[in-house]
Ligand binder design. Structure first.
Ligand SMILES: [Mg+2]
Length: 273
């Protein structure tokens, strides 16, 4: 691929950042995305979603760039991308695990369940119908959510005390438990910042140093914004921000994709990218 003179690369969260919190629309950012495309500035999606879940959105966006899934657990690079091949959203990707392979996660949690009697139902125990029931997703989306490479969500059906013991056991195995809204996630130690670092190194190797711009809205984006050269918090639906603006991390003026667009347009207007 051809790189912009400034060699900026944009790394972005999806939910409540590039995508609207309520309707998942990205239209408020459409013009900013077009401005980046016209400048050959790559936009790399960095999300908690799975590769299968991201595929349809990349097609919709016409996005042909690398992306990171499952909170930095794995990075996907379109084949030939860093060797100058012409890629599009359909180009097959090579997935590299930065965290832990799902097989390893599954064998740990099932062993702990057998040995200590923890009560939970993991995605690996579920079929499409079970995921539909647990999440409210439609069947096609549930199928995409089941195609995981580097994380295992669990419906926790045991006590808080048991979760503490379970978490300690997982940590002792060098892995991580993250408690989300609906699920308890078991994953490797990689996070979104590791995905940015990994992609930054690949871009640098192929084209020279980059200016990494990262945008996010919530706690699991913090290390990605920290790892970037310029970070932006977009506002949350109530107008507040996850954290103060400090150092290289700024506040975008606007909620979700509207803030995203404002940040990108400001960077362009001030000749930062
Ligand atoms: Mg988000």
């Amino acid at each position: 691929m051809r790189m912009a003179r400034s060699s900026a690369v944009v790394f972005t969260d999806l939910d409540a950042t590039l995508l609207d919190h309520d309707d998942y629309g990205w239209q408020p950012a459409a013009q900013a995305l077009a401005l980046l495309a016209a400048r050959d500035v790559p936009v790399c999606i960095v999300t908690s979603k799975t590769a299968a879940e991201v595929a349809a959105l990349r097609t919709e966006l016409g996005n042909a760039h690398p992306f990171a899934v499952e909170n930095g657990g794995a990075v996907a690079v379109p084949r030939g991308y860093f060797d100058g091949a012409r890629c599009d959203a359909q180009t097959p990707v090579t997935l590299t695990t930065l965290g832990a392979e799902r097989d390893r996660l599954r064998s740990l949690v099932t062993r702990l369940r057998e040995e200590q009697g923890f009560r939970f139902t993991g995605f690996g125990d579920m079929g499409v119908d079970d995921v539909v029931e647990a999440t409210g997703l439609d069947a096609a989306s549930a199928l995409q959510a089941l195609e995981r490479s580097s994380s295992e969500p669990l419906l926790w059906q045991d006590s808080e005390a048991a979760l503490k013991v379970f978490s300690a056991e997982v940590a002792a195995a060098g892995l991580v438990v993250r408690v989300g809204g609906r699920f308890v996630h078991v994953l490797g130690p990689a996070h979104k910042g590791d995905a940015l670092d990994w992609l930054r190194a690949r871009y640098a190797q192929a084209h020279g140093p980059i200016l990494a711009v990262a945008l996010g809205d919530s706690g699991n984006d913090a290390d990605m914004l920290e790892a970037a050269d310029i970070g932006y918090w977009v506002a949350r639906p109530d107008g507040s921000y996850h954290a103060p603006a400090t150092g290289h991390i700024r506040h975008a003026r606007g909620v979700g994709p509207a803030g995203w667009a404002e940040a990108i347009e400001a960077l362009i207007a001030h000749h930062e990218i």
